[in-house]
Write a protein that binds this ligand. Structure first.
Ligand SMILES: C[S@@+](CC[C@H](N)C(=O)[O-])C[C@H]1O[C@@H](n2cnc3c(N)ncnc32)[C@H](O)[C@@H]1O
Length: 357
């Protein structure tokens, strides 16, 4: 069992700091030894947290270990699972890890939340902060509220994916690690020298991962959340991907500046992508590939999306060919997120026929 030993004269200050970090184990008594105070710490074996303690408060303290022989040796994972088992409610359960930040998704009782957070910190050495979701994703910027739970108090995540590093405040910009496979899947289809338009680009994951792997691509990334664009600019620098051009603004307006620009268009705004088919057509070259994400009823959304795409093509005199579609993830009890890859062909039928003949 861990204690932080501090000289009595420093005790108040040390106590403040460990309280701020949420590291004081309030279920055990503070001890006293001659001129020292022993603060019981929650059971943290996380090396980075230890380093943080060493750097910020250890100069005048000593970390001491006292074995508790009665402790049962159940694995952290088991302990976490046992707590979450009680709270299984539909999809909202468990926790996610975004680099240094773990996000508890279930609503837990306060004591159990701290217990889970301790276990998460011990079990995942890269995690130094635990927060909890405090609401649903909402609004035009698709943001969510979070509540600090334990560890180093920050909401800035440093998250690695496909050889890239992304830094962003999880309260100020949308990010989903659930799309990592999709980003990889699309990236593997990209050809050198493509012009690509990423609409609804967030902090830049689709654009930057492609740009880093395919240096000859020319990518515009349109996003209306000023904070997200700020982080996107930082991430472009962090990942040395100057072939991404961040554009702050509304897709509805800014796509006009990129008429006939794109060989490939990525549309990751499942809530309303389908309302931007005019803009997709506008930025598309004569021929282009589109990857569009859509929310809808699990039984009908694929068919409905195909129908909407075909109707739009018919009304706007272009051809659409569905290349691929799949369910990306469940979204709510009856809803899923899907992706449809399709090809736009704006060449009029008569010209296409004469070219072929
Ligand atoms: C679901 S998030 C996707 C973010 C990013 N592509 C990702 O995968 O992490 C949708 C993003 O679109 C932005 N957005 C919503 N409506 C927009 C619009 N009309 N024009 C530009 N950006 C918009 C939101 O601010 C949000 O960052």
């Amino acid at each position: 069992m861990k204690y932080l030993k501090a000289a009595k004269k420093n005790a108040e200050n040390v106590k403040k700091q460990i309280l701020k970090l949420g590291l004081l184990d309030k279920s055990r008594k503070i001890g006293f030894e001659e001129n020292s105070v022993l603060f019981p710490l929650i059971d943290i074996s996380n090396r980075r947290i230890k380093k943080y303690i060493e750097k910020s408060i250890m100069r005048k303290t000593e970390l001491i270990d006292r074995e508790n022989r009665n402790r049962t040796l159940r694995s952290n994972a088991e302990r976490i699972n046992r707590i979450f088992e009680k709270y299984k409610t539909g999809l909202a359960r468990g926790y996610d890890i975004l680099g240094n930040i773990a996000i508890i998704k279930s609503e837990l009782d306060k004591k159990e939340e701290i217990k889970v957070a301790e276990e998460i910190l011990n079990f995942n050495p890269q995690v130094t902060t635990v927060v909890a979701q405090a609401g649903a994703v909402s609004g035009r910027y698709r943001l969510r509220k979070f509540r600090y739970v334990l560890g180093i108090k920050t909401f800035v995540s440093e998250y690695r994916e496909s050889n890239c590093l992304f830094r962003f405040d999880i309260r100020k910009a949308f990010f989903s690690n659930r799309l990592s496979y999709e980003r990889e899947r699309i990236n593997s289809q990209v050809k050198e020298n493509e012009n690509i338009c990423v609409m609804f680009a967030g902090v830049g994951p689709f654009a930057i991962e492609i740009a880093k792997k395919h240096k000859s691509t020319n990518i515009v990334a349109i996003e209306m959340n000023k904070n997200a664009v700020g982080y996107m600019k930082d991430n472009i620098n962090l990942n040395k991907s100057p072939n991404v051009k961040p554009i702050l603004g509304n897709v509805r307006v800014r796509s006009k500046d990129y008429r006939d620009f794109a060989d490939r268009i990525i549309v990751p705004m499942p809530k309303s992508s389908i309302k931007f088919l005019d803009q997709i057509l506008e930025v598309s070259k004569k021929k282009a590939i589109v990857h569009i994400y859509v929310f809808g009823n699990r039984d009908t959304v694929l068919k409905e999306t195909e129908q909407i795409l075909k109707a739009h093509a018919k009304n706007n005199n272009y051809r659409v060919k569905i290349l691929f579609e799949r369910v990306v993830r469940p979204y709510s009890k009856n809803e899923v997120e899907i992706v449809v890859d399709y090809k736009i062909d704006k060449i009029p039928r008569s010209r296409r026929d004469s070219a072929a003949g």
